[in-house]
Structures are given as structure tokens and as C-alpha cells.
Design a protein around this ligand. Structure first.
Ligand code: F0G
Length: 353
């Protein structure tokens, strides 16, 4: 048995990164594929959750960040910059800290979850809160990297996708082949693009006999890929995917088309109730944006789509502890019980008597 070495050392030969790139790792990747008894029963299929909240900073971003920061170090960078709805900034701050780089993050003011803001600040990032949305932040981030000696680590940096594609490798390594379907949330569109790279590479190498159909889901108030045009003022409680003009639009569109897949949008209530159901039925607590793939499956089943006899992977992208405020607000109508330190009172409150 060996300790998991992080995605660069586990998959170095399959990654298009410069020879001699060091591995700045926090042990990312190797995340569990958890069978959903609930969704398997509901669909009469085999539904697996790829639980990316188990990564070191609590989201899938760590896969791409180990690659981006390692290459930045290899190229002699001293500082790095990203725009973020929260998770990328948390991840970049951690990997930059480990590598000794100065992290600069641009986030939409007041619109990122508290846990993510805390991560970026505690890891020592220069956090710049921008009066604007993610799309404005991304323009600034690209501009800073163009004009100053800072390395851009948003997913427009192709090295990010090299790291993130390892999630597809892990799924095939575990299941023995690609699933029939792969569902996920989509925001800036890097992750879907990366999965497609990974699945194609494994199929080309003969490590999988097929590639999955990709289905990616947005929030209704931030659904440019569904509408086919940018959204100027994106709005959703799922702040991680509050994005109106995804940077990897063309790559994701190609992945959708080549895989025979589709994009669809869901209202926030369905996203939040999928988050609650996943926590209560499967024991997996994810942040709102991370429940969007599950909400998508539920909506499709409701609309009569069949997944019977099929294997389905749903990526749940980030940990529920990232955003406890939204979770507690959603459950705000459930009274919280307070009793004296007394066994009879506790037993009564617990419904045991
Ligand atoms: N789920 C979570 C939890 C995310 O944080 C993101 C993106 C996505 C899904 C969508 O992935 O952008 O590759 O299509 N978060 C970015 C960030 C934008 O800044 O953390 P995508």
C-alpha cells in the first residue's frame, strides 16, 4: 500500500506539463466515488457521486491548482493571480502558500461564501473585493497578468485543465470503464472541458471502451450556456456558479456536442432542495452549486428521462462547510431545540417518549 501522492505524481506521464515540473502538492485527488443508494434506487441505474469536497481545500479546484502553481514555480513566478467566485481563490491561496508565492485574488464584493473568504485570507492572500461580478473580476485578473509580473492561474491557463482532467482518469480507473453518463454543474466551464479531455485521452489510449454523454447544469439566473448568450447580471444563491460569460465556452460547447450531451438550467429552490436531500439521504453535504448535477438528474427523471440500467457519475464539486450561511437560511424554518441539562427534557425533545 502506498500513500496517494497527489495528481501530478500519480498521473505525470499523462499530463501535458513541462518536463521537470516540480510537484507542489497537498495530496489532492484520489477522491472517493460513493454509490448513491438513493439515486440508484430512484433511477434503477448505478449512480455514483465523485465527492470532490474531499480535496485538501474542499473543492475540485485543487486538481488544477497543483498543476498551475507547480508550473508557475517551474517558470520562476513570484506571484499569482486569479478571479474567483470563492473556491479557486481558496485553492490558489493554499497552494501559493505552500510554494512561497504571493497570492492575489479578485472576488465579487459580498458575493462569495464566508468559508471561502476565510480560507483565502487565512492562507495569506491579498484579497481584493471588486464592485462587480465574476466576469468583471476575470477581466481584471487577465489584465493584471498581462501588465505585471504575476502568473494567471484561472482555468483560461490550459495547465489548470491538465490537472483537472485527472478526475476522469480516477473514475475510469475505479469503474473499469467510462460511465454511460456524466452529470455536473457548470459555471466558467473549465471543469466540463477538463473531464472531456480526460475521457478522450483514456479512450484514445485504450483504457476505456467509450466516452460518456456529458450533461451540465446551470442555475436559471446564470445560464448563458443554456440561453446561448452571455448574461449581463447573473444571479443565484449558488454563488460558486454566479457567472454570466464563461471563459471556456467554446471548449464546453465542443464537449457537449462531441459527447451527444446537453445543457439545462434549474431554479434555485430545486438546487437547494437537492442539496438537502443529498445530505439527508446519502450523508453527503455539499455546497449549493455542487448539488446542481443532482438537481439536474432529479429534474430529468421527473420529465420522464430514463437512466435505467445505465451507469451515471455525478460530480459534487465542493464541500458543504464552505457555505453554512446559505444552508442554515434554507433550513431556517426548522426550529432549533434548546433544553435544560436534564434527561427527561432531552428524551422528550428527541421524541423518545
Ligand atoms: N462547483 C463549484 C463548487 C465551483 O466552485 C465551480 C466554479 C463550479 C462548480 C463550476 O466549475 O467553473 O469549471 O464550470 N468555481 C469557480 C471559482 C468559478 O472561482 O471557484 P467551472
Amino acid at each position: 500500500s502506498h500513500q496517494w501522492r497527489g495528481v501530478i505524481e500519480e498521473y505525470r506521464d499523462l499530463l501535458d506539463i513541462p518536463a521537470g515540473t516540480p510537484s507542489v502538492t497537498l495530496g489532492e485527488g484520489g477522491t472517493p466515488l460513493v454509490r448513491s443508494e438513493w439515486l440508484s434506487g430512484l433511477t434503477d441505474g448505478e449512480v455514483w457521486l465523485k465527492v470532490e469536497g474531499q480535496n485538501p481545500t474542499g473543492s475540485f479546484k485543487d486538481r488544477g491548482m497543483t498543476a498551475a502553481i507547480s508550473v508557475a514555480v517551474h517558470e520562476g513566478a513570484k506571484a499569482c493571480v486569479c478571479a474567483s467566485t470563492g473556491n479557486t481563490s481558496a485553492s490558489m491561496a493554499a497552494y501559493a502558500a505552500k510554494a512561497g508565492l504571493t497570492p492575489i485574488v479578485l472576488v465579487p464584493d459580498g458575493k462569495i461564501a464566508a468559508g471561502k473568504l476565510a480560507q483565502a485570507l487565512v492562507h495569506g492572500a491579498q484579497v481584493i473585493q471588486v464592485r462587480g461580478n465574476f466576469d468583471d473580476c476575470l477581466k481584471l485578473s487577465r489584465g493584471l497578468a498581462d501588465h505585471y509580473p504575476v502568473s494567471l492561474v484561472n482555468s483560461v491557463n490550459p495547465v489548470r485543465l491538465e490537472g483537472q482532467k485527472t478526475a476522469a482518469f480516477e473514475i475510469v480507473d475505479r469503474l473499469g470503464d467510462a460511465p454511460d453518463y456524466h452529470l455536473m454543474p457548470i459555471g466558467n466551464a473549465g471543469n466540463m472541458s477538463a473531464y472531456w479531455l480526460g475521457y478522450r485521452q483514456y479512450a484514445d489510449a485504450g483504457k476505456a471502451t467509450r466516452k460518456p454523454v456529458l450533461r451540465a447544469f446551470q442555475a436559471e439566473g446564470a445560464a448563458p450556456l443554456v440561453l446561448g448568450r452571455p448574461v449581463e447580471f447573473p444571479e443565484t444563491r449558488a454563488t460558486a456558479i454566479r457567472i454570466g460569460n464563461p471563459a471556456s465556452w467554446e471548449l464546453a460547447e465542443a464537449a457537449r456536442e462531441q459527447s451527444g450531451g446537453r445543457f439545462a438550467a434549474l431554479p434555485d429552490e430545486k438546487i437547494l432542495s437537492a442539496q438537502a436531500d443529498l445530505a439527508r439521504r446519502d450523508g453527503v453535504f455539499v455546497e449549493p452549486a455542487s448539488a446542481v448535477g443532482v438537481a439536474g438528474l432529479l429534474a430529468e427523471v421527473e420529465a420522464g428521462e430514463s437512466y435505467a440500467g445505465k451507469s451515471v457519475v455525478i460530480t459534487v464539486t465542493g464541500h458543504g462547510l464552505k457555505d453554512t450561511i446559505t444552508a442554515l437560511e434554507f433550513f431556517g424554518d426548522i426550529p432549533q431545540v434548546v433544553v435544560d441539562a436534564d434527561i427527561d427534557a432531552a428524551a422528550a425533545a428527541a421524541g423518545l417518549v
